[in-house]
Design a protein around this ligand. Structure first.
Ligand SMILES: Cc1ncc(C[n+]2csc(CCOP(=O)(O)OP(=O)(O)O)c2C)c(N)n1
Length: 535
């Protein structure tokens, strides 16, 4: 007999969703079984938050909603992190959890939480699924995730409702809502910008996370033909080739941020293509005049935030139009001084020594691994390091939590990325604080067939916070932790691991693991004080 759960499973499968990430409870067993029968793999992880992060990255890389499934009460409560992350980091995520049946008496408070009240402000769509409404509500929830800016939807299904016989209603069709025709606005915006740039001496284009990676060729063609200086925000690293001469830096709170902010301030025309201030921890986005080139409002509130003066365009049409115009002026490396200062911060090895200089870690790995390696980071000093200095060359190859900036992102994101891109080499760069939040997912990665390389930068502290404490002249307190043996931890999850203080060894073991397509954890002792000069 077909049930509500059968309808959900078939609907997901019919939408091309082949994996649902999660952690079970008794109330979702029936749905998990229906998923199995519909050919949708249940990717079992060890925390719902990790499952949600992996699902969102998996979905975004495949151009569809990622799906996470949890039980009610505690399992649903653990979805706060991925739903917040999907909301602020523009990742398409459908979360499905169980809930107490609506017909239960109000006195039945065991595991009852006001889940919709909690999650509605973070999500674009929230619904209680029933056998009567499932054929309409599920397609709406899926479509909501894919509306720009991408984000989250949340639906609940009680164990009783899951078992009710299905009605014979055909599921509503779901797809992206047809985009408004913005051709005229796009070509007009291109003409206006050509005119502004014709008078510019130091123009700078800042590309942000709201550009679709499919527009990378058009964007690159324009920037290259005009030799325009370009910066990117961390979450869109790789949309342009960061080894190219016109690349100025990564804007959005990473290492060398003072240098990059200096370049932004020195620009006389600042163009924000898909730029969303959700990635920026300073206020330059509100203080500097920006020529906004946006396809959708930026993240914020129920309907998003449209910056003053911005008109929505179609990026593809805009980029085609502007890219086919001849350059209205010539700009000979107007930010060269900033570009050199940025690189000097990476290469100045004047630290105390004894451990690897953080810059050498990035450079050794970048030289050893394929150019299209997908890199994920956790949150902390190492994120600032990799975010600024990993030389991304291909679109959608760099993943970090930057809108939310939540720790415990990197390992889970690596699992989602590796499953979505089975042929890619994946590198997760993690701090020892973040690693101890979810290292157990290394076992999940092995089990579900998602091998990747992890580097754990060990300094026995929440180093980014320790540096912040020092900057505030506060006594050191609450930032250092006891060491957990990274190598033993990885080994206990079935993953080969070693510790090294040598850049050549790091490069050779990473290259070997990438070639063999197997997991490896490399623990790398670092001195937190070495980060001081970079931030
Ligand atoms: C879930 C969460 N808790 C706390 C923070 C605040 N925070 C930001 S960076 C950081 C330190 C991270 O330490 P570690 O993972 O060791 O990385 P490191 O800074 O040492 O590179 C903390 C605690 C956060 N961003 N996310």
């Amino acid at each position: 007999m077909s049930t509500t759960a059968t309808v959900i499973a078939r609907l997901l499968s019919g939408a091309g969703i082949d994996r649902v990430f999660g952690l079970p409870g008794g109330e979702v067993l029936v749905l998990i079984d229906e998923l199995r029968r519909a050919g949708v793999e249940f990717v079992l992880m060890r925390h719902e938050a990790n499952a949600g992060i992996a699902a969102a990255v998996y979905g975004k890389l495949r151009g569809q909603p990622g799906v996470v499934l949890s039980t009610l009460g505690p399992g649903a409560a653990n979805l706060m992190l991925p739903l917040s992350s999907a909301y602020l980091d523009q990742e398409p995520l459908l979360a499905i959890s169980a809930q107490i049946p609506e017909e239960f008496p109000a006195s039945h408070t065991h595991q009852r939480l006001p889940l919709h009240d909690v999650y509605r402000p973070l999500t674009k769509y929230a619904a209680t699924l029933t056998t009567e409404n499932v054929a309409d509500e599920m397609p709406r929830a899926l479509a909501a995730c894919m509306e720009r800016p991408y984000g989250a939807a949340y639906v609940t299904l009680s164990a009783r409702e899951a078992l009710k016989p299905a009605t014979d209603r055909a599921p509503a069709a779901w797809d992206r809502a047809p985009a408004a025709d913005r051709s005229d606005a796009s070509t007009a915006a291109a003409r206006t910008l050509v005119e502004k740039l014709s008078r510019a001496k130091r123009p700078l284009v800042v590309v942000g996370l709201a550009i679709d990676p499919a527009n990378a060729p058009r964007l690159r063609a324009w920037l290259d033909a005009w030799n325009l200086p370009v910066a990117v925000t961390p979450k869109v690293k790789g949309i342009v080739d960061e080894t190219a001469a016109n690349f100025v830096g990564v804007a959005g709170g990473m290492a060398a941020d003072d240098v990059v902010c200096g370049a932004l301030q020195a620009a006389d025309v600042l163009v924000g293509v898909g730029l969303d201030p959700v990635e920026v921890d300073k206020t330059w986005h509100a203080e500097l005049a920006i020529e906004w080139v946006l396809e959708a409002p930026n993240v914020g509130g129920a309907t998003g935030i449209l910056p003053a003066g911005a008109t929505l365009v179609d990026h593809a049409v805009f980029l085609e139009a502007i890219g086919s115009a001849p350059p209205p002026a010539a700009w000979e490396a107007p930010f060269e001084e900033f570009q050199q200062r940025r690189l000097r911060l990476l290469r100045d090895r004047s630290g105390a020594g004894g451990v690897m200089w953080p810059g050498d870690i990035v450079e050794a790995l970048a030289a050893a691994l394929p150019a299209d390696t997908i890199v994920t980071t956790d949150v902390g000093s190492h994120k600032y390091l990799f975010g600024q200095y990993w030389p991304s060359r291909h679109p959608a190859t760099f993943w970090m939590s930057n809108g939310l900036s939540g720790m415990a992102y990197g390992l889970s994101a690596a699992i989602g990325a590796r499953l979505a891109r089975p042929d890619a080499t994946v590198l997760a760069a993690i701090g020892d604080g973040g690693f101890s939040m979810n290292a157990q997912e290394l076992e999940s990665a092995e089990r579900v067939g998602a091998p990747f390389i992890t580097v754990v930068l060990e300094d026995g502290s929440y180093s980014l916070i320790k540096l912040s404490q020092e900057n505030k002249a506060l006594p050191r307190y609450g930032v250092d932790f006891g060491r957990i043996d990274t190598v033993a931890m990885a080994a206990s999850c079935g993953v080969e691991a070693l510790r090294t203080t040598n850049a050549d060894e790091l490069a050779s073991v990473a290259a070997r693991a990438a070639k063999a397509r197997r997991s490896l954890v490399v623990a790398i002792p670092v001195d937190y004080a070495d980060y001081r000069r970079m931030f």
